[in-house]
Design a protein. Structure first.
Ligand code: FAD
Length: 495
């Protein structure tokens, strides 16, 4: 079934994904209204970008002529061209494993550290997005292209006319009803269209990952590398500064993210495995249990953006519907798994890319919309396995590290595949979620992880490493899970 040409489109939510899709479709000539229940600038979480995200953004920029967004793809360009938009450099992923009572330390064999480079230099580095600035910048960009933006605006009621194939929408901020041909839901956890469709949004499907988070923006966080140096540790073989990264401090059943912005703000978040062995998920228990973290936070204070810590219920969600007659949702609205591996921004952008493709055809094809939605659900299942296995293996650094290599394999192969496909070939599913072999190897890896954790058998990490090496063997182009790397991976970037 195909529907009207040149639609009038309502986009709900001016996070980065809503604004980018609005900008692209406006550029294509559609009439776009973009509403948000809040107004910018506003605090938003989801800040650590990845090479996958940069790659998708680069394609969008090229394909739809969004030159003004090019600086967002590299740290060096960003600093040069958009100094007013907050950013932090991200050379890769760094992990430190802590036992209760540990002070900042490293070991010669890196028994407690893992660093994985994602770029060759600071100029080419990925970025942490200071979302209050980035989201505002992108909204202003969309508006400069002619998108009609209404802040502090929510849908009061909406009805779909099946015959006319149009929406009649009443907003709280606008006197008269408005007519739209399509609604794109980019409201994130708002899940606006799912709620409007009277779907059961309370029930949560059988996702494997089960975590909650406590987080906020801080000032005066000490560099962890400096604490290591002050403690007399040798960090000379770190491939990059562990602070110029998505820094993970891993405890048993919990981990802390640390993302530094150039403006002095650091985003910190403690994620707790609700299936795990966690008595207390609170911040002060973490500080008293882990002196290395206490040292990092000695002089810290909360930034005004988050005067008190934010805390979540279970983070995982997956809507019961991702599309319906005349509407479709972006991935960040369909669901969310977990901050581990920073998959959210890339996944959201991959949704923007696919919806842009669908909505810039002469006619919007409902079948294509349905197929896109089904693909997003498959992707969430894959991401869920990639993440849930890590939580199972958190008690052992070697097991955890080996399992992380499944994510790096999937991400690297997805990136390579994108670089190699010809312009008219279909886009691969994110992390190759439509590649049978990739899906199978991740599933197998997950079952191994669950078995080890359930049987509490941690005594043979080398066996698990070998199993992971065999699983990723045919996909591994960069020497992942390699004992000779001694947990310091220097060369995983594709650009
Ligand atoms: C704790 C946590 C940590 C995360 N960390 C990372 C990370 O490090 N890296 C990463 O890649 N991803 C991360 N994510 C995921 C990331 O936050 C999302 O992928 C990303 O924010 C999705 O962007 P978006 O633009 O689709 O939606 P959002 O950023 O959620 O924006 C939704 C917009 O919709 C608006 N809205 C909501 N309800 C309504 C309504 N009823 N009417 C109108 N407007 C509405 C909101 O005001 C908001 O502006 C994290 C998520 C969480 C929860």
């Amino acid at each position: 079934m195909c529907v009207v040409n040149r639609p009038r489109i309502l986009v709900i939510g001016s996070g980065f994904s809503g604004s980018i899709v609005a900008a692209i479709l406006r550029k294509h000539g559609h009439h776009i209204t973009l509403i948000d229940k809040a107004s910018h600038p506003r605090f938003a979480i989801g800040e650590s970008s990845t090479p996958t995200a940069s790659l998708i953004l680069q394609t969008l920029i090229k394909q739809y002529g969004l030159q003004e967004l090019r600086p967002l793809t590299r740290y060096g360009l960003w600093c040069e061209k958009l100094p007013e938009v907050g950013v932090g450099a991200k050379r890769g992923f760094s992990y430190f494993f802590h036992a209760p009572g540990d002070r900042p330390k490293t070991t010669v064999g890196h028994q407690g550290e893992l660093l994985v480079a994602a770029s060759h230099s600071q100029a080419m580095a990925d970025t942490h997005w200071y979302r209050q600035d980035v989201d505002r910048f992108l909204l202003e960009y969309a508006v400069s292209l002619g998108v009609t933006s209404i802040s502090n605006c929510e849908i009061e009621c909406a009805s779909y006319d099946e015959l006319e194939r149009t929406w009649q929408v009443k907003f709280n901020m606008v006197e008269r009803d408005e007519i739209f041909d399509w609604i794109i839901d980019a409201s994130g956890a708002g899940e606006v269209m799912c709620r409007l469709s009277n779907e059961d949004i309370v029930s949560r499907p059988d996702l494997l990952t089960n975590t909650s988070a406590v987080y906020g923006h801080f000032r005066n966080i000490q560099d962890y590398d400096n604490l290591l140096i002050d403690a007399g540790m040798d960090i000379s073989d770190f491939p990059f500064s562990s602070d110029v990264a998505a820094q993970h401090h891993v405890f048993t059943s919990q981990w802390l993210w640390s993302l530094r912005f150039d403006n002095g703000v650091t985003s910190l978040g403690l994620v707790s495995d609700l299936n795990g062995d966690v008595d207390q998920v609170d911040w002060s228990t973490m500080l008293t249990t882990y002196p290395a973290i206490q040292a990092m936070l000695t002089e810290s204070e909360l930034d005004s953006a988050t005067p008190s810590l934010c805390s979540s219920d279970r983070l995982q969600r997956l809507s019961s519907r991702g599309c319906g007659p005349g509407w479709v949702a972006l991935p960040g609205t369909i669901g969310f798994i977990d901050p581990l591996h920073s998959t959210g921004i890339a996944h959201a952008l991959s949704g923007v890319e696919r919806l842009a493709e669908i909505f810039t055809q002469d006619e919007v094809c409902q079948l294509a919309v349905n197929q896109y939605t089904e693909a997003v659900y498959r992707e969430f299942r894959l991401i869920d396995q990639l993440i849930a296995g890590c939580y199972h293996l958190m008690p052992s650094k070697r097991h955890f590290e080996a399992y992380c290599m499944l994510y790096f394999t999937a991400a690297h192969n997805y990136e390579t595949c994108r670089m190699e496909i010809s312009a008219n070939a279909g886009l691969p599913g994110i992390f190759l979620s439509d590649d049978f072999q990739m899906v199978e190897l991740i599933e197998e890896g997950y079952h191994l992880a669950r078995e080890i954790s359930q049987s509490d058998r941690w005594e043979a990490p080398e066996l698990f490493e070998q199993q992971i090496r065999e699983l990723i063997g045919s996909f591994d182009q960069i020497g992942l899970c390699n004992p000779n790397a001694r947990s310091m991976y220097r060369y995983t970037a594709i650009l």
